[in-house]
Ligand binder design. Structure first.
Ligand SMILES: [Zn+2]
Length: 342
């Protein structure tokens, strides 16, 4: 087993290590479930990497020491995992020239001597372990996603696909309807449109309880919850489109929650300035939603309802009613300029 300049070096390899790409792909591919698609290899490089098993020829030290190419000792457990305890004769890779091999031996024995303090000659044999590096490609319809892998063929395990959306590992790969390849667990189905999308893009409709795409819904200005467009209800008083859950006896929660305000409330001032006809109304009450102020003015016999846009401060809707009984009918916004208190 002595390796010197005059002898032919001994080359071994673990007896049971996978040697071909085919042996690897069987193990890798079977780990994944790909919905409506497939996994294949998008490149794989197999490479023999040398380890050196060294024994002390002077017998001063028992046992073998195994180092990698750089002279770094490897653990016994690791050597066993790679199958180095059961070897077969091997041909070194042709790209390694004899002088390169000799250089490696010199380099590593030096390192080993230094580390172990052994003065005498060290016997060395090469053990070539096969290393694989490549890429798996998941193809679903016309889209694909790559997953790199790397490791010793003997111990290589299929790496989990890391969902680009959630960052979570998964062996179940699927695509949204618009072609984004993600972990199956990240996908949800819109119960309104049937579209497969990211589960995060779905919301629960406050009115129907359905799990639906957010873009099929509108945020109710009263409850601030998403509601399917088709499930929105109209408040009979302020005429806003709101979640039906906020409505009792035709009126939304905002319309049922007005509180009295003073006539000199800062909010009212610009409105009374723009619409002089409003100045005759003495009693005011206010409520608000995410989008509007609801103003209610009461006179002796009549009531006036104003729905004012919060952003533009313009009157969106106006209605008039008798004080008794309740109920309003829409009026033209221009009509509020006339004094209609009496
Ligand atoms: Zn309302």
């Amino acid at each position: 087993m002595l390796l010197s300049d005059t002898e032919t070096p001994i080359h071994l390899a673990p007896a049971g290590q996978p040697r071909s790409v085919h042996e690897l792909t069987d193990r890798l591919f079977s780990a994944y479930t790909v919905e409506d698609g497939a996994v294949h290899l998008a490149g794989c490089r197999l490479e023999d990497r040398p380890f050196l098993r060294m024994g002390d020829s002077s017998q001063a030290r028992a046992g073998a020491l195994i180092t990698d190419e750089s002279g770094r000792a490897v653990e016994d457990g690791f050597a066993r995992l790679l199958g180095m305890d059961e070897t077969v004769p091997w041909q070194p890779p042709p790209e390694m020239s004899p002088s390169q091999l000799a250089e490696t031996v010199r380099h590593t024995t030096e390192a080993a001597r230094h580390r172990w303090g052994v003065a005498g000659t060290l016997d060395a044999v090469f053990i070539w372990c096969k290393h694989a590096e490549g890429k798996l490609r998941f193809t679903i319809r016309d889209q694909s996603a790559d997953l790199p892998f790397c490791g010793w063929t003997r111990t290589l395990q299929p790496p989990p696909f890391i969902c680009p959306h959630s960052g979570k590992p998964s062996f179940h790969v699927a695509a949204t309807d618009d072609g984004r390849i993600v972990a199956f667990e990240s996908i949800g189905t819109c119960e309104e449109t049937g579209r497969r999308v990211l589960a995060d893009e779905l919301v629960t409709c406050d009115a129907t309880g359905l799990t639906v795409l957010a873009d099929q819904t509108r945020i109710c200005p009263v409850s601030n919850r998403p509601v399917l467009e088709r499930a929105l209800a109209t408040c009979s008083m302020c005429r806003q489109r709101v979640s039906p859950k906020t409505i009792v006896k035709g009126r939304c929660l905002a319309c049922r929650s007005t509180r009295p305000i003073a006539k000199d409330e800062p909010l009212l001032a610009p409105l009374l300035e723009t619409h002089k006809g409003l100045q005759g109304w003495a009693n005011w009450a206010l409520s608000e939603t995410a989008e509007v102020f609801i103003l209610l003015a009461a006179g002796w016999w009549k009531r006036l309802l104003l729905v004012v846009d919060k952003e533009s401060r313009e009157v969106r809707y106006a209605a008039q009613g008798q004080r008794f009984p309740g109920g309003f009918s829409a009026i033209n916004v221009s009509e509020i300029d006339a004094d209609a208190t009496r």
